[in-house]
Design a protein around this ligand. Structure first.
Ligand SMILES: *[C@@H]1O[C@H](CO)[C@@H](O)[C@H](O)[C@H]1NC(C)=O
Length: 322
């Protein structure tokens, strides 16, 4: 599975690149989001990372970033840093913090909601390729990504998830579709380099498949939906290789309308994310489809079947407990 994954990384056609926006609520230099960013930078996507600047102790543990010329990027990668006019324009447009050696990495002194709104408003014309410098009619992100959050975001706790709330409270012109990832290993867990690497691999795998399933014009996800993904604990003993994981469609407990009694994996109900994540008979990634802007509609079972079709190459059924 790992080799197959690497093959996908390399074999992706040049043209399957879209505008992506990454954010979190753990700080712009948290190892989870930086590792995920590095994985996504291997593709040709136009990336903007913008997160609150929260200095956690963990930021000191982050390995030093490699200089741009040493980064394992594909040669064809488009990078706004190589265009001096864009770098200059970035300085004019953005008075909050950023990494001068990679202007795709930005921070805000405030919460994820303002990160989404203010960074996309000020920096789309600089960081997304379609926009000429000084262009006015500039694109917004096609897909907005959160995390991987440090610590899970399961069941009704999701109501307090500030990244999910930021996506929901942003207009659909800025957040047309979104995915948020969350990993069990919190900031006090040992081996964070290991868990960040695994979470980054899993998150980029899912993201790439969502993009490929909708490229070029979308929709990347069923209408007005958000995909909420949780990863289980990663330890030295278990769940520490990409091939250990299985991907399960779940629910956070919200009722899923199923007027035509359609079934997934032989059931008209989906398993609960809280139960799937903690199963000990395997390493299960829970993937719940939630409503994005219109909470009254909510995703239906048909939406889940659409998602399963898009990701059919790797969605699994949860084995029954004996
Ligand atoms: C974003 O642009 C607005 C309008 O030009 C400006 O007032 C604001 O300071 C900018 N935000 C940042 C963080 O630079």
């Amino acid at each position: 599975m790992v080799n197959f994954y690497l093959l996908i990384v390399v074999a992706l056609p040049l043209s399957q690149a879209i505008q992506l926006f990454l954010t979190n609520d753990d700080g712009w230099d948290d190892i989870n989001i930086r590792t995920f960013f590095t994985y996504m930078a291997r593709y040709d996507h136009e990336l903007m990372l913008c997160s609150p600047k929260i200095s956690h102790e963990i930021s000191r543990l982050m390995p030093p970033r490699q200089a741009p010329e040493e980064r394992p990027v594909l040669k064809r990668e488009w990078n706004p840093n190589s265009d001096p006019r864009r770098v200059q324009k970035h300085r004019e447009q953005w008075h909050a913090g950023f990494d001068a050696s990679d202007i795709r990495l930005n921070n805000v002194p405030f919460d994820p909601l303002r990160a989404v709104r203010e960074c996309t408003a000020n920096l789309s014309s600089v960081l997304y390729k379609d926009c000429r410098p000084n262009g006015v009619n500039c694109g917004s992100p096609r897909l907005v990504l959160g995390g991987p959050k440090v610590g899970n975001s399961l069941g009704y706790e999701q109501g307090r998830d500030r990244v999910l709330n930021a996506f929901r409270r942003s207009p659909d012109s800025i957040v047309p579709a979104s995915i948020a990832f969350a990993g069990y290993n919190d900031r006090f867990a040992p081996h964070r380099e290991l868990s960040s690497k695994i979470y980054g691999e899993l998150a980029s795998w899912i993201t790439q498949h969502v993009i490929m399933s909708g490229y070029p014009n979308g929709p990347y996800l069923p209408r007005d939906s958000h995909l909420h993904v949780n990863f289980p604990a990663v330890t030295r003993e278990r769940c520490n290789r990409f091939s250990d994981f299985k991907f399960i469609l779940t629910t956070n407990g919200d009722r899923i309308r199923n007027l035509r009694s359609r079934s997934i994996c032989g059931s008209i109900y989906l398993p609960l994310d809280t139960e799937v994540i903690h199963r000990k008979d395997g390493c299960y990634v829970s993937m719940s489809l939630l409503s994005l802007h219109d909470r009254s509609r909510g995703p239906t079972m048909s939406d889940h079947i659409t998602l399963k079709g898009k990701l059919r190459s790797f969605i699994n059924c949860l084995p029954r407990t004996s």
